[in-house]
Design a protein around this ligand. Structure first.
Ligand SMILES: [Zn+2]
Length: 59
């Protein structure tokens, strides 16, 4: 059993540039399978994750 906790007082750290992520940027991709959202770090622009749902990154 894993608990999911909401934490607003800590920032996630980008695995690429190792800095606190203050903002996550995303781009909409149009593919043959529908829309995908690609999320990336606003600092180093490296990709953090891709999802088919908007507003839920790393999902
Ligand atoms: Zn980064």
């Amino acid at each position: 059993m894993v608990e999911l906790k909401k934490k607003e007082d800590v920032s996630p750290v980008c695995p690429h540039c190792n800095t606190d992520i203050r903002e996550v940027w995303f781009n909409e991709l149009r593919t043959d399978f529908g829309r995908r959202y690609i999320y990336f770090c606003s600092k180093c622009k490296k990709v953090l994750g891709v999802t088919h749902r908007k507003g839920f990154w790393m999902g």
